[in-house]
Design a protein around this ligand. Structure first.
Ligand SMILES: [Zn+2]
Length: 704
């Protein structure tokens, strides 16, 4: 299935001699590799203006080589293993590799192309093999184990204990205790798994980006807002289909079509195209890949002494085991389903009122939900957009961080960017001292993977007395500015912007001294999701939601409508999300290593929970990248787990005041700065003064 690298390399050499096609700002001298010396830029931010695709592979290879040498330096020492000479030294190793892969990963996400894809095809197995070399390095493990075995006698801080635990457990979980032949089996499995995930993602990207629905007749655009029609016409022009309209599976094109197009047959067509990605029985089909990933994960878990992949994963999370997660999800499932059924009945009644005879189908849900919203809440998404100019929304998020934590954001035009529409901000503390750097890259672009995310070029660190400041980025796929109009976001995009900004704050404010101190998967979303509460709070909306032409604040009537509509469609949202979370858990509680039929497996999963036919899970298996290509396997439940925490945590601000300084300080000190340095539940209770409860979430979703 995969081309050998020896076949690919000659092709690459030719490709790499051509300058980086996108963007032109990256053109530079090819003979000096910017990764091999300090960047010499403000705050040592990546020197994008000097980077070429041809730099990555040599830099990654050198990074791997240096990392190997650094690890060897730890193991050849004759002295007794200590926390400093082993655990800390290992944590500090691999700096060049981190630096290169940080940039490469970011560009692959935000602005990939065939050249970078080809490099990834070569570098992925190199990196996997390198990670395996380290994970299975016996000398290194012996030293780590020696330190771990004397942990009772070491005087370590809680964070240092955490680092020691994490390091030791990583090795055990990575197979360090296995026999030599089993280590070899594990290595083969890991190699295959990483290539399968890569292939899964490439297929999904192709399936998402190559599909287009061309509309030729104007009447087929009936119901669509003018801005959506304009964007579709622009997309058609770009595809040399002047005079026609092109709709795609990208959210800014797909969602409004589902919400507003009166042509039911076209809605069905576009809806099915979305839901069948990776499931078209063509070269980009993901079903076989999924089935293979699932059994490989079972086999790997069992080799490591677990019954299922979920048990292996969840041991590291706040939830600890699959039973806790199933119980938790089921507690939400029935109220969510009951609520969604009520929503369905209301829509079916509306269909009858329109003198239509058809039964509501999944491709009708968005359309009728939008109508209900208009009828019951009189809220039209499009009337909100003018108040959500991207720059205003981003400033709104910055202001929230200023009022909570005293942060200041200053745009820096002198910091290199990887694309022209990226903006860079220096982040400062209340007293003006430098805290870090934030890039924002919000708009749709060819070569950007779907979704929104946060990442780091560099994480906070401490080496002796010197501090390494964080450099983080936020990426989105919002519709950008059009001729004569700035980028106007939907309410959903506004919340996404605040969400990713919350992740950015957690990166910027982290005071973790070591690399291998991370948040558990189900703890990561608390800092991001809590920010969404401020995004839609009336007091905050009043400050940032201003009309892009008149600068008039958003009318009170609209604010009230937003508040009133908060529980709107929550049954649907919860059901499609919970169905995907349960599907994820089902895939990863398999105990058998015989191949399953992906379609049959999925159908069984949905019928077991009695998923209503009018709702398709938020992700069907063939495009469930979170769990088959991202880091969320057996962890998709994390978002709603974190929502219990964020709803409960925001209660503290509701009780004490939206910008109450002591509450904000406590959140910063215990959650944002210290996340991962101690048991997350202990840290949470230290912030909140008590355990979290599920009620604030049920209330927020209108289930109570
Ligand atoms: Zn998130």
């Amino acid at each position: 299935m995969y081309s050998k690298s020896s076949v690919l390399i000659p092709v690459l050499v030719i490709l790499l001699l051509a300058p980086f096609a996108v963007p032109p700002s990256l053109a530079a001298l090819p003979d000096e590799n910017p990764f091999f010396a300090p960047y010499g830029t403000p705050f040592e931010t990546p020197a994008f203006q000097r980077m070429l695709p041809a730099h990555f592979l040599p830099a990654l290879e050198k990074g791997i080589g240096e990392h190997k040498r650094e690890v060897r330096a730890i193991t050849v020492v004759r002295s007794v293993p200590t926390f400093e000479n082993t655990i800390v030294a290992f944590d500090r190793s691999g700096a060049l590799l981190d630096r290169v892969s940080g940039v490469f990963g970011a560009l692959r996400g935000a602005i990939t192309n065939d050249q970078l894809d080809s490099i990834a095809t070569i570098s992925t197995p190199l990196l996997t093999s390198h990670r395996n070399d380290i994970a299975l390095d016996e000398q290194l493990f012996l030293r780590i184990k020696a330190v771990y075995d004397m942990r009772g006698t070491l005087l370590l801080t809680p964070e240092q204990s955490m680092l020691l635990d994490n390091t030791y457990k990583d090795f055990v979980r990575g197979g360090a205790n296995l026999s030599a032949p089993d280590k070899q089996r594990l290595r083969v499995m890991n190699d295959e798994l990483s290539m399968l995930s890569l292939k899964f993602n490439q297929n999904l990207l192709k399936e998402t980006n190559t599909y287009r629905m061309v509309v030729e007749k104007k009447e087929d655009l009936d119901g669509l807002p003018p801005a959506v029609v304009d964007a579709a016409a622009a997309a058609a022009r770009k595809a040399s289909l002047e005079g026609k309209w092109v709709f795609t599976l990208q959210k800014p094109s797909w969602i409004p079509f589902m919400q507003y197009a009166t042509n039911r047959a076209l809605r069905e067509k576009l809806y099915r195209a979305y839901c069948n990605r990776g499931d078209n029985n063509n070269t980009f089909d993901n079903k076989q890949i999924i089935a293979r990933i699932a059994v490989l994960r079972v086999a790997r878990a069992q080799l490591l002494g677990y019954r299922t992949h979920a048990e292996y994963v969840l041991e590291e999370n706040m939830a600890k085991n699959p039973k806790t997660v199933y119980d938790f999800l089921y507690k939400l499932w029935e109220p969510a389903r009951a609520s969604a059924q009520k929503e369905r009945d209301a829509m079916q009644a509306m269909i009858r009122k329109e003198a239509n005879a058809f039964a509501l189908a999944s491709w009708d849900w968005w359309y009728y939900a939008e109508k209900i919203k208009k009828a019951e809440y009189d809220l039209d998404e499009e009337t909100l957009r003018p108040y959500f100019k991207m720059e205003n929304v981003r400033q709104g998020a910055f202001d929230v961080a200023s009022r909570l934590y005293g942060l200041q954001f200053v745009e820096r035009k002198d910091i290199p960017r990887y694309a022209d529409d990226v903006q860079v901000f220096e982040v400062k503390e209340r007293d003006g001292s430098h805290l870090g750097v934030l890039y924002t890259d919000y708009f749709l672009r060819g070569g950007k993977r779907p979704g929104a995310w946060m990442g780091s070029f560099r994480s906070y660190g401490r080496i002796g007395d010197s501090v390494v400041t964080p450099v983080v980025y936020n990426v989105g796929n919002f519709s950008g500015p059009t001729t004569g109009k700035p980028a106007l976001l939907s309410l959903d995009e506004v919340e996404t912007l605040f969400h990713e900004f919350g992740h950015a704050l957690s990166g910027l404010l982290s005071r973790r001294s070591y690399d291998n101190i991370g948040l558990p998967r189900d703890g990561i979303e608390l800092p991001s999701q809590i920010m969404e509460n401020w995004a839609r709070h009336p007091d905050v909306l009043r400050s940032y939601a201003r009309h892009y032409e008149t600068n008039a604040p958003i009318p009170e009537t609209l604010i009230q409508k937003i508040a009133k509509s908060e529980t709107f469609n929550q049954g649907f949202m919860s059901v499609e999300y919970l169905a995907a979370s349960l599907l994820d858990l089902d895939w990863h509680t398999l105990t058998d290593t015989s191949l399953v039929d992906a379609t049959a497996f999925e159908t069984a999963s949905f019928s077991r929970i009695r998923l209503m036919p009018e709702i398709v899970a938020r992700y069907r298996s063939p495009y469930f990248a979170h769990i088959f290509a991202g880091g969320y396997s057996a962890g998709y439940y994390s978002y709603i787990w974190a929502e219990v925490l964020d709803a409960d945590a925001f209660e503290a601000f509701k009780e004490k005041g939206l910008f109450d300084r002591p509450t904000a300080d406590a959140f910063r000190r215990n959650i944002l700065e210290r996340g991962g340095t101690e048991d997350p539940m202990v840290l949470y209770e230290r912030f909140r003064g008590k355990k979290p409860t599920i009620e604030p979430l049920l209330k927020r979703r209108g289930f109570l």
